[in-house]
Design a protein around this ligand. Structure first.
Ligand code: HEC
Length: 160
């Protein structure tokens, strides 16, 4: 009986290790897939000052996402809504000199940018409503739509 239990345990452990190895291989495969996807991005030629300008904006986009998440964590959905609208939403277009930049973008990239601004403004509305309803699930779903708009453009285009 004892022997049986030990055998069963050994088999279970070995299974665990094999499973872990298989999972590891899976991750490596996934990473290779990502590298290939990166190579497939379209290079869009921006004038040099606009490259710098765009990257500076991008770093602020990421900072805005951080601040939004921090405020959601503190229960300040209304502040998160304002940050989203002013820094990422339709209201941010002026701030970013979006018109100057957009004229150098192929149509698909312009659309990806517009989709992000729309998603951020939609998030702002959802987050502002949550201040009243206290239902946070739609807020996180709306935030995921913003990040997925970032991801979609990054997957398709590069400027350097
Ligand atoms: C319309 C396209 C587009 C959208 C939408 C977009 N980005 Fe970017 N982002 C780019 C491009 C192009 C680069 C530069 C990639 C390259 O050439 O290396 C970039 C680069 C960045 C960088 C690197 C900056 C640096 O200094 O190297 C960050 C951070 C970033 N984006 C964050 C974001 C976040 C966060 C969002 C969403 C809230 C977002 N981006 C949405 C196009 C986009």
């Amino acid at each position: 009986m004892r022997h049986l239990i030990i055998t069963a345990l050994t088999v279970a452990l070995a299974g665990g290790v094999t499973g872990a190895l298989a999972q590891h291989a899976d991750h490596a495969h996934h990473a290779a897939g990502l590298a290939q996807a990166a190579d497939a991005r379209m290079l869009v030629k921006f004038p040099e000052p606009l490259v710098e300008h765009t990257l500076t904006n991008m770093r602020d986009h990421l900072l805005a996402l951080q601040e939004i998440q921090e405020h959601l964590g503190m229960g300040h959905a209304d502040v998160a809504a304002q940050i989203a609208e002013n820094r990422l939403g339709m209201s941010s277009l002026q701030l970013h000199g979006a018109h100057d930049v957009a004229q150098h973008m192929p149509a698909g990239m312009q659309e990806a940018g517009e989709a992000m601004h729309r998603a951020a403004s939609q998030f702002a509305i959802t987050a502002a409503n949550a201040g009243v309803t206290n239902d946070m699930k739609p807020v996180f779903s709306a935030l995921a739509k913003v990040t997925s708009a970032c991801v979609a453009c990054h997957a398709a285009y590069r400027i350097r």
